[in-house]
Design a protein around this ligand. Structure first.
Ligand SMILES: Cc1cc2nc3c(=O)[nH]c(=O)nc-3n(C[C@H](O)[C@H](O)[C@H](O)COP(=O)(O)O)c2cc1C
Length: 381
């Protein structure tokens, strides 16, 4: 069975399957997700969809065909570039990669635990950064032949298997490999601002960012934008300090953001009939919540970040990316009005894929023809 057919059938069964006992739902979806991804790798659309030219954006000298691309974690080992490019995505993002190969998490006999909350347009995952390692994946990146000028970005992160200086050295070594492999931009997965004491300038994260500046940003041999992705749980009050560091150190953009661990807050957006499953998953595995419950947070954080960038006028070209709960063209319009340069999606992508198969970007973007956002209108917070 093809990935498109499987996704479509599965989406119809989802609301029923998720009523089974929670442990078996998680078990079924965790293995089902892997089977589905294996099928997806084989499934390449025969034609390329070329989105309307006026949807394209030029940032950092890179042309993005549209303002939306996949977010990190979807193609951890560089799979499916051809598929994504033919579907009409604005760019392709590989990773998150780590220096060493990682198998990922397993608990209670469940490997790479994942569960959807279909009625809430949400999901939880606790994968633990499974990937084949930077050496292997940068070689894969190098072999990807550009299709329809679709840019390639890569998400990277200091491996949790190393500490201190060693961890940073390997992070930079990995970044160099992707630089040499010819990727167009890099995204550092720095999703825990870890700033409980409110001074990000002084903590580990700031030291990591400074290290990367000294050993990578300052030594780039070509124009290679490096953006930093934070959590959607970032407090609005943390934005000025976080952005000031990025401006000062010469980073090229910010992404809000990654999944949430603020379970009580996100649970309010989970439909009552899926809360038992949500509680089971978050108590048993923890992990990150994705999808619609993040929509307002991502818009607010990215929108406010844009306002701060505009007011602060950093000397480098600096862009804000929004990730979290994006499902429709109207979400992208919201981003546009808030000054956000690019969007990424994961949960919404697969939901739309189940309905529209490889027309996933076409369906999303064709709606833009009827409802183009007036460019003068800006959201204020
Ligand atoms: C199964 C899964 C795996 C993910 N893996 C990563 C990852 O490796 N790196 C990363 O930065 N984000 C990862 N994410 C987070 C997404 O990139 C995205 O930030 C988050 O899901 C919010 O977007 P969404 O609401 O469109 O799903 C993952 C998300 C999911 C659902």
């Amino acid at each position: 069975m093809k990935a498109t057919t499987l996704a479509n059938w599965e989406s119809k069964l989802r609301p029923l399957v998720t009523k089974l006992p929670p442990q078996s739902v998680v078990s079924k979806y965790s293995s089902g997700r892997l089977d589905f991804l294996a099928k997806l790798k084989q499934d390449v659309p025969s034609e390329t969809y070329f989105p309307s030219e006026d949807l394209s954006k030029e940032h950092w000298g890179i042309r993005f065909r549209t303002p939306i691309m996949n977010s990190a974690g979807m193609f951890k080992n560089g799979e499916c570039y051809k598929m994504i490019a033919r579907q009409g995505a604005g760019a392709y993002l590989g990773g998150t990669g780590t220096w060493n190969q990682r198998k990922g998490n397993e608990k209670d006999g469940i490997y790479l635990p994942f569960v959807p909350y279909p009625n809430s347009h949400s999901a939880s995952n606790w994968l633990g950064l499974p990937n084949d390692g930077d050496e292997v994946n940068s070689q894969r990146a190098q072999k990807l032949e550009r299709i329809a000028d679709t840019p390639i970005g890569w998400s990277i992160m200091g491996s949790p298997d190393f500490q201190g200086e060693e961890k940073l050295r390997y992070l930079v070594q990995g970044m160099r490999l992707y630089e040499q492999a010819g990727v167009d931009f890099l995204e550092i997965n720095e999703s825990c601002p870890n700033t409980a004491h409110g001074r990000p300038q002084d903590d580990d994260m700031a030291n990591r960012l400074r290290y990367v500046k000294k050993h990578f940003l300052d030594q780039r041999t070509r124009r290679l934008p490096v953006i930093v992705k934070f959590s959607n749980d970032t407090e609005v009050e943390q934005l000025p300090a976080l952005l000031d560091i990025l401006f000062e150190l010469g980073y090229d953009g910010v992404n809000f953001g990654n999944t949430s661990t603020a379970y009580d807050r996100r649970k309010e957006k989970i439909e009552p009939n899926e809360r038992k499953l949500f509680d089971f998953y978050t108590h048993t595995f923890g992990g990150g919540v994705s999808g619609r419950p993040l929509r307002e947070s991502s818009l607010e954080l990215a929108g406010r970040a844009f306002e701060y960038v505009r007011a602060g006028s950093p000397s480098q070209e600096f862009h804000v990316i929004r990730t979290g709960g994006i499902e429709t063209w109207s979400d992208i319009q919201d981003s546009e009005r808030a000054g956000i340069s690019l969007n990424q999606w994961y949960t919404g992508y697969f939901e739309n894929f189940a309905k529209n198969g490889h027309n996933v970007y076409r369906q999303l973007l064709e709606n833009s023809k009827q409802k183009r956002a007036p460019s003068h209108h800006r959201v204020t917070f």
